[in-house]
Ligand binder design. Structure first.
Ligand SMILES: NC(=O)C1=CN([C@@H]2O[C@H](COP(=O)(O)OP(=O)(O)OC[C@H]3O[C@@H](n4cnc5c(N)ncnc54)[C@H](O)[C@@H]3O)[C@@H](O)[C@H]2O)C=CC1
Ligand SMILES: CC(C)CC(=O)C(=O)O
Ligand SMILES: [Mg+2]
Length: 356
């Protein structure tokens, strides 16, 4: 029996539409094998839409997106510094508004170094960790302001919000994941030596919640030291739990060490299922390479694997990851392929695997 999934597709800006086209290609190939019928609604949102209509995300857009079962997003944002977008605030008005309104409190960002991948690390070892980044709080909530703007006496602030409710639930989610993994290790990353108030609540809640997970070994690193170990000893990590800002930064670094930002996938999860979760590559709209068909669509395709996990069809997710693994093993730096050629190859590998 087939299950219908209503998927909101937001290709977005820059390379977003290029990589989403490949992700959809792969999703359409694998979905029937998992008994899924994917009913897609396209949403034309982002900088391009703002420039033509002046709208970032209307109430109607939000209501319509919310009525779907899940969301697939490319990336949004125009060329940084483009004066026409000065008042648009696409990132906050669209991306963060979706994450906050749909209560995506878990931003799940796994990192694996696939065999044959072109990593800048000489000897990375077995790398397989997941960053559980808080998605609805921290310094991204817009709790700030500025006075005397543009004068030599300007003062600006941007305050990090960390609630016991918000921190506890994401920490608990991270412990659940750590408990389910063979290494059973959780590393809190923060900056408690300086951010004593924000860091304090994270440390205390990790200790409190951790008492319920005696099998999980708990570690702590300041964020600056964490960047060292991500490069020198990434195999030490299993589950990292951290706030919205540190998680944002660490996961770009994680992408870079594991073969490039074009491989890094993410899920913005509402674990309670009250709202649709949203799947997207970690990267942005990459205006520097947009329109050239040279973006790597693998991160978007691996985000489809996270979507399939979320939909409760792990075999289909595994089929996609196996196809990506096989494709990465064939890559040659001196023979680059177009975005759609990579998508075709992964789609064909999925088809071949399903035919066996
Ligand atoms: N989730 C989202 O929608 C995000 C949006 N942004 C927005 O995207 C715009 C550009 O941001 P940047 O800071 O330049 O970050 P970016 O992630 O778009 O690009 C950083 C670098 O990585 C490269 N890159 C990114 N994705 C790639 C891919 N799939 N294949 C190959 N190379 C890739 C780009 O060419 C660039 O050199 C900004 O407006 C930013 O706010 C940034 C991050 C996330
Ligand atoms: C524009 C940012 C809020 C998005 C971002 O960089 C991310 O989620 O990784
Ligand atoms: Mg980021």
């Amino acid at each position: 029996m087939s299950r219908t999934i209503r998927l909101a597709v937001i290709p977005g800006d820059g390379i977003g539409p290029e990589v989403v086209a490949e992700a959809v290609k792969v999703l359409d190939e694998v979905a029937p094998s998992a008994g899924l019928t994917i009913e897609k609604t396209q949403f034309s949102l982002g900088a391009t839409r703002f420039l033509s209509t002046g709208d970032v995300l209307t109430d109607d857009d939000l209501a319509s997106i919310s009525s779907h079962d899940a969301i697939l997003l490319g990336a949004v944002g125009g060329v940084p510094g483009d004066p026409r977008l000065a008042n648009a605030n696409i990132e906050r008005g669209l991306l963060l508004k979706l994450r906050f309104t749909l209560d995506h409190y878990v931003n799940l960002r796994p990192t694996t170094i696939y065999p044959g991948v072109d990593s800048p690390l000489s000897n990375p070892g077995e790398v397989d960790f997941v960053v559980v980044r808080e998605g609805t709080e921290g310094p991204y909530v817009g709790n700030g302001g500025a006075i005397r703007v543009g004068t030599p006496h300007e003062i600006a602030n941007e305050v990090s919000i960390n609630t016991a409710y918000g921190v506890e639930r994401v920490v608990r989610f991270a412990f659940e994941i750590a408990q389910s993994r063979p290494a059973k290790k959780l590393t809190l990353v923060h900056k408690t030596n300086v951010l004593t108030f924000a860091g304090g609540i994270w440390r205390r809640l990790v200790d409190t919640v951790g008492a319920e997970y005696p099998e999980v070994a708990v570690d702590y690193l300041h964020v600056d030291a964490a960047t060292i170990f991500l490069v020198t000893d990434p195999a030490r990590f299993d589950v990292i739990v951290t706030d919205n800002l540190f998680g944002d930064i660490l996961t770009d670094l994680a992408g870079a060490i594991s073969g490039g930002i074009g491989l890094a996938a993410s899920g913005n999860i509402n674990p309670d299922g009250a709202f649709p979760s949203m799947f997207e590559p970690v990267h942005g709209s990459a205006p520097d390479i947009a329109g050239k068909q040279i973006a790597d669509p693998t991160a978007a395709i691996l985000s489809v694997a996270l979507l399939l996990d979320h939909l409760g069809v792990p075999d289909a997710a595994g089929t996609v990851r196996d196809a990506v693994t096989a494709d990465i093993a064939t890559r040659q730096a001196d023979r680059p392929r177009t975005t759609s050629a990579v998508g075709d190859a992964i789609r064909d590998a999925v088809a071949a695997s399903l035919a066996r």
